[in-house]
Write a protein of this length. Structure first.
Length: 79
């Protein structure tokens, strides 16, 4: 698994206005901006991302994923 593959998996499962994925092949960090996060708490947003990855979260493909999940308005407010 590489960053581009992980990014594509997330983007295929969520409508994303912006997504950045970095990592070393096992430990990942992502910034995900999606209108699907509107009205959802952080845990619900993370669960939505985990759902796009399915069983990969339970294997060595994605050992750890740190996420910053934002709505488009939250992203715009950060500049």
């Amino acid at each position: 698994m590489n960053a581009e593959q992980l990014q594509a998996l997330i983007a295929a499962g969520l409508p994303c206005d912006h997504i950045e994925v970095t990592g070393d092949g096992r430990h990942w960090s992502a910034v995900i901006v999606s209108p699907a996060f509107e009205g959802k708490r952080a845990i619900q947003r993370h669960q939505a991302v985990y759902a796009t990855l399915g069983q990969r979260m339970h294997t060595d493909e994605v050992h750890a994923l740190s996420m910053k999940t934002l709505t488009p308005a939250e992203w715009a407010a950060q500049g």
